[in-house]
Design a protein around this ligand. Structure first.
Ligand SMILES: [Zn+2]
Ligand SMILES: [Zn+2]
Length: 77
């Protein structure tokens, strides 16, 4: 399953076109990432993994820069 283009665009807009990651990534320690997603590649991340029952609804969609999305593998979500 995957997010629809409409869901992804709405998530990006509601994130302020900035990475909304608040994980403890090494490149933005302790706070929101805020990477400019209009200038860089980004990924729509499932807050709750599909395998764990997460849906493709907007509420489960998180706009992340590529670096943060890679870190979601490290942190498990
Ligand atoms: Zn980020
Ligand atoms: Zn991050």
């Amino acid at each position: 399953m995957a997010f629809s283009d409409e869901t992804k665009q709405t998530a990006l807009r509601s994130a302020g076109y900035q990475c909304e990651c608040t994980r403890k990534c090494s490149h933005h320690p302790g706070r929101r990432c805020n990477a400019d997603l209009t200038r860089t590649a980004w990924h729509a991340h499932h807050r709750t993994a599909v395998a764990a029952g997460g849906s493709d609804a907007l509420s489960n969609c998180e706009a992340l820069c590529v670096r943060c999305h890679q870190n979601t593998r490290t942190f498990g979500r």
